[in-house]
Design a protein around this ligand. Structure first.
Ligand code: URA
Length: 243
């Protein structure tokens, strides 16, 4: 692989910035200064930028989990409850959840050790969509749904515009579909409670373009390279650069 591409894939910088870093003489390959972006490198080479080793791109993990109810989406829990990491034991890296799902919420959860990507995917500036199906108590009126879509006051701050619609009704409850671009704490529950329709059950069915299709509850899969690339694109990170 070309050196500039390798640095970009490893998250050091965008491809163009990596070329500049190389030309500035800041990169060594097996102890030799490399000044050409097209220098060929491979897996076993020792590559340093400003004297600091570059982590090989293969060391990034991107997992998609169908989180079951009863697991907390933190790395450890002071109350000793099972965490989502208990479901992905065989990953030899310090991965962590991208955003959070409450213990009693199920559904799509991404885990990674790619901090730059995780940061952007959860930052409201990048408007990454998360879609939730919420069974709420009662039958919200059309006006209430509009109110939820326009934004409601939650903890003293109005929520960002969302897409909220009723999918089904039954047994004194309504199934709402909520597409949000923010990720505030307990947001769906707080929004629905704010309009008088508490959430009874909540599942995230989509994170960006990723769904849990084909996964059993508690199971996970690795994202494909093209899915990772698509996520990078979505948050405007070029071919594979860091923030
Ligand atoms: N909104 C919530 O209320 N809970 C979640 O787990 C996710 C979004």
């Amino acid at each position: 692989m070309r050196l500039a591409k390798y640095l970009a894939a490893a998250g050091v910088a965008s491809r163009r910035k990596a070329e500049q870093i190389i030309r500035e003489g800041r990169v060594t390959v097996n102890g030799e200064r490399a000044l050409l972006p097209q220098t060929g490198v491979s897996a076993g080479d020792e590559i340093l930028v400003d004297g600091i080793p570059v982590r090989s791109p293969e060391h990034y993990y991107y997992l998609l989990l169908d989180k079951p109810i009863g697991f907390v989406s933190t790395v450890s829990d002071p109350h000793g409850r099972p965490t989502v990491l208990d479901l992905v034991k065989d990953i030899p890296a310090r991965i962590y959840p991208v955003g959070r799902l409450d213990a009693d919420t199920s559904g799509v959860l991404l885990l990674t050790n790619d901090g730059g990507l995780a940061y952007r995917l959860t930052h409201p500036r990048f408007h990454v969509e998360k879609e939730y199906r919420a069974w709420v108590k009662g039958f919200p009126s059309a006006e209430t749904l509009q109110q939820l879509s326009r934004g409601v006051e939650v903890e003293g701050r109005k929520t960002a515009p969302a897409q909220v619609r009723a999918v089904r009704k039954g047994n004194g409850c309504t199934l709402l579909d909520n597409v949000l671009t923010e990720g505030r704490k307990r947001q769906v529950k707080q929004m629905c409670a704010a309009v008088g329709h508490p959430v009874l059950k909540l599942r995230r069915i989509r994170f960006a373009f990723l769904t849990a299709r084909g996964l059993r509850a508690g199971a996970y899969r690795h994202l494909s390279r093209s899915e990772v690339k698509k996520l990078y694109h979505l948050v405007k990170m070029g071919s594979n650069s860091s923030v």
